[in-house]
Design a protein around this ligand. Structure first.
Ligand code: G3I
Length: 372
């Protein structure tokens, strides 16, 4: 049978629209985090290289459907973006910028100055002038390249000890205690259209929080711009420090800057450093105890994790005027860094989507906080 050209077009159009209808109804069955919280805060996720390059089939549809902000999990860190002295590799970082533009997402770039994941040539550098040269060149080159293309930078990451004093990093040793103010000053010059943040873990804890507040006030007193602070949020599902988190939101917001939760995950596995269990972590029995949910997450743990996530999001909603973004550290349980840390090869369940990229009980409990 001959099909006339016009009929042919009609068939294609019809089948495309049927396909689209099928696809969108499958998607609309699942609520969207970014839609549900669109009047409250951005909803972000960290992305790895596979996901940025859209080679991870589980995330191709899911990420644009659920998230309106993205943070590179590794590819903008110093060791990757400047692997050799004055030798920059922007490939995947550029791809991330294109990916975010295509999907109308904001990029939080992570991170300019961090003591970890430094390139090998930086790790044992003794000469203070060389460290200074690296510091200035790295910030200026990377931040200016992405000005106007990324929304924000974690300018300095994890500069504090638990007691609130400055971490004894190569930057502190060679550049002195004003290095953080200088990092923000250089970033402000190189990236005038980009928001500038300080990012750290455990800064909801009182002593470390006080250190962060002192740091932020010092930057502000120097007349240098800082737009926000990121509380990372790597907590355990059964010990989320709700009171400290609330106090921190209030204290940081009082400084006149944005508050963000930048690396949220609620792990469910025991920590070998939790006193009691430390001794057994190397034995076979210990390994079983340390990795108890290799087949599935028990319903009771899933329910407790869902409750912890709901409590957190209820708190975030209470302070939605102060909180500008909530970012999960990974898309789905199978790709979380917590499967490999602090013990390699475990099966953790810290996020809202499971290993099949399907929403978990915790996902629905988070969505529900908006209905209450
Ligand atoms: O790229 C190499 C690869 O070439 C090599 O084959 C492979 C072998 O292990 O390692 C790869 O590098 C790994 C890298 O992730 C990329 O996958 C590193 O070993 C590994 O240590 C690194 O871990 C990252 C970690 O930061 C490094 O400190 C995690 O993915 C990342 O989730 C984690 O993220 C940090 C935040 O940046 C800051 N806050 C804490 C958070 C969790 O630790």
């Amino acid at each position: 049978m001959l099909i006339k050209p016009r009929t042919h077009i009609l068939i294609i159009a019809l089948s495309c629209s049927l396909f689209d209808a099928g696809k969108s109804s499958a998607q609309t069955n699942t609520p969207s985090l970014k839609e549900v919280f669109k009047n409250d805060f951005l909803i972000g996720t960290a992305l790895n290289t596979q996901q940025i390059e859209e080679k991870d089939s589980g995330t191709v549809v899911l990420v644009p459907q659920q998230f309106n902000a993205v943070t590179p999990e590794n590819v903008m860190k110093a060791a990757i973006i400047q692997p050799g002295w004055n030798d920059f590799n922007f490939k995947v970082a550029d791809e991330l910028v294109d990916y975010a533009a295509k999907h109308n997402m904001k990029v939080n770039a992570h991170t300019l100055i961090w003591h970890s994941q430094l390139p090998p040539f930086m790790r044992h550098m003794q000469n203070a002038d060389s460290v200074k040269e690296y510091f200035q060149k790295h910030i200026t080159t990377v931040a200016s390249r992405y000005d106007g293309k990324v929304y924000s930078w974690d300018v300095v990451n994890e500069a504090l000890n638990e007691d609130g004093t400055l971490r004894n990093s190569i930057f502190l040793q060679k550049l002195g205690e004003d290095y953080i103010v200088e990092a923000f000053r250089l970033a402000q010059k190189a990236a005038p259209h980009t928001k500038l943040y300080y990012n750290d873990y455990n800064i909801e804890q009182p002593a470390k929080r006080a250190g962060a507040i002192a740091l932020i006030k010092k930057i502000q007193a120097a007349g240098v711009r800082i737009d926000g602070v990121g509380i990372q949020g790597h907590w355990k599902y059964n010990t989320v420090p709700m009171h400290d988190i609330e106090e921190s939101i209030k204290a940081f917001a009082a400084l006149g800057i944005e508050v963000m939760f930048t690396e949220l995950d609620l792990g469910v596995l025991p920590n070998p450093w939790d006193g009691k269990t430390a001794e057994v972590s190397n034995t076979a029995e210990g390994n079983d105890k340390m990795n108890p949910y290799t087949k599935a997450l028990p319903d009771s743990v899933a329910a407790a994790q869902a409750k912890a996530y709901a409590d957190l999001f209820s708190l975030f909603l209470k302070y939605n005027q102060s909180i500008s973004r909530v970012t999960f550290w990974g898309v789905a349980d199978g790709v979380s860094w917590l499967n490999g840390w602090p013990i390699r090869g475990r099966t953790n369940y810290p996020l809202l989507f499971n290993r099949q990229y399907k929403p978990k009980t915790a996902f629905y409990s988070v969505i529900k906080t908006k209905e209450n």
